[in-house]
Ligand binder design. Structure first.
Ligand code: ADP
Ligand code: MG
Length: 255
């Protein structure tokens, strides 16, 4: 199916590492304007799926469609330019740059002058630089970090770093965002704040593929859920149905 409105459509995608089948004939659709949860125990193939979608890995077989295009052979930056953004399971921020600069790194693709010219304070960048700063501040407000704009990223608390990652991914002006365990290691209170941010992303019309290990968070905010176990889809559907699925309970409790 080549529906240009479907942000993501995986068809029988398989990813092997030597003899290991990390993703096993996975089919999955993320529909416009929805949060699609991708759940599963550790090692079930969630991050590998994200890496296949973003082009870090090329799938062994199967088709990766995004917005009606087969993207499985495109380079990672080409997929990013199509509006597919991601965050990483392990934080990948620039610790010595400020919070604002970390967002501007993501923004620079949309502007002509280079990020480094900006850092060096070259005069040519005047107005464009102003616009970029305003945009970066706007994104910091979006995730509630605007008061920390001039702080070095390495001084942020863990939960704040997680939110900065989201702001940076949003700087790409994505149409589809892949969040790989964005709430890992957060407190319950922080997770609730995070849910609000993810719901705001959805309200902005961006489709979300949300990878999470935590059942509760998934159940609260996902529109649809796919569950993996050993690389294979074992359940999909509405949160309530998935939660009650015996296969899912078994995979999670190891019973
Ligand atoms: P999850 O994100 O669900 O915890 P992963 O996608 O990271 O799981 O891993 C799925 C399986 O693939 C694991 O067995 C993991 O060890 C393996 N794997 C992931 N990446 C690689 C790689 N680059 N090379 C070899 N094996 C890998
Ligand atoms: Mg993972």
């Amino acid at each position: 199916c080549k529906d240009g409105h479907t942000p993501l459509d995986l068809d029988q995608v398989e990813m092997r590492f030597g003899g290991l089948v990390a993703v096993n004939k996975l089919s999955l659709k993320v529909l416009p304007g929805t949060i699609h949860g991708l759940m599963g125990p550790n090692g079930s193939g969630k991050s590998t799926t994200v890496n296949v979608i973003t082009g870090l890995y090329n799938q062994t077989t199967g088709v990766v469609n995004a917005f009606g295009k087969s993207i499985g052979k495109l380079k990672p930056h080409e997929r990013a330019q199509m509006g597919i953004a991601r965050t990483f399971q392990n934080l990948q921020l620039f610790g010595d740059l400020t919070v604002l600069e970390n967002v501007q790194v993501g923004l620079h693709k949309h502007y002509k002058s280079s990020f480094f010219a900006v850092l060096l304070g070259l005069p040519s960048v005047g107005r464009e630089e102003k616009e970029k700063q305003i945009e970066a501040y706007r994104l910091l407000e979006f995730v509630g970090l605007e008061t920390l704009a001039n702080e070095q990223a390495k001084n942020l608390a863990y939960g704040q770093s997680r939110r900065l990652e989201i702001a940076r991914a949003m700087a790409l002006k994505p149409k589809l965002i892949l969040l790989d365990e964005p709430a890992a290691g957060l407190t319950t209170l922080e997770i609730n704040e995070f849910n609000q941010i993810i719901l705001k992303i959805k309200s902005a019309g961006i489709a979300v593929l949300l990878i999470e290990h935590h059942m509760d968070m998934m159940m609260k905010i996902s529109d649809e859920i796919t569950v993996l176990d050993f690389g294979k889809k074992i359940a999909e559907g509405k949160p309530r149905d998935v939660q009650a699925n015996p296969e899912v309970v078994k995979a999670y409790l190891g019973a």
